[in-house]
Design a protein around this ligand. Structure first.
Ligand code: FES
Length: 135
């Protein structure tokens, strides 16, 4: 089982962030070298709705896995702005807000709702109670 930490549901977006750069040309965001694999990240019953979890892969890549009202989603865990882990932000419904500067992402698609940007999203299936992510 690869789950590093579960982050509990937090109140929705009450933070006001200082001015920030919208430069998305950061070198801080690692990309996965793994393609076409399915990884098992944990048991569904231990992962409550409203929680997100960081999943560390051996190549240094990190996934973020989200439980949105019983539906599971997964994205790259690194914010494309400055590389902050998205799982340290706030999950509100289908939106994760980066804890560093407040960019928001739709966890179903990886679409950034703040600027024109995209993070990778991955197909998640639950088989016999196991959460599996296709990367
Ligand atoms: S690191 Fe700046 S919004 Fe995420």
């Amino acid at each position: 089982m690869l789950i590093l930490a579960l982050f509990p549901h937090k109140a929705c977006f009450d933070t006001i962030h200082l001015m920030q750069s919208f430069d998305t040309k950061t070198d801080d965001v690692p990309a996965s070298t793994r393609k076409g694999q399915t990884i098992t990240v944990g048991r569904a019953e231990t992962f409550a709705p409203g929680q997100c979890a960081a999943v560390d892969l051996p190549d240094g890549f990190e996934l973020a896995v989200y439980n949105v009202d019983g539906e599971f989603y997964a994205t790259n865990n690194f914010c494309p702005h400055k590389g902050a882990p998205l799982t340290e932000g706030k999950l509100c419904g289908r939106t994760i807000e980066c804890g560093l500067h407040g960019w928001q992402f739709d966890v179903r698609t990886g679409e950034c709702l703040t600027v024109r940007e995209q993070i990778e999203s991955y197909r998640v299936v639950v088989e016999d109670g196991w959460i599996r992510v296709e990367i």
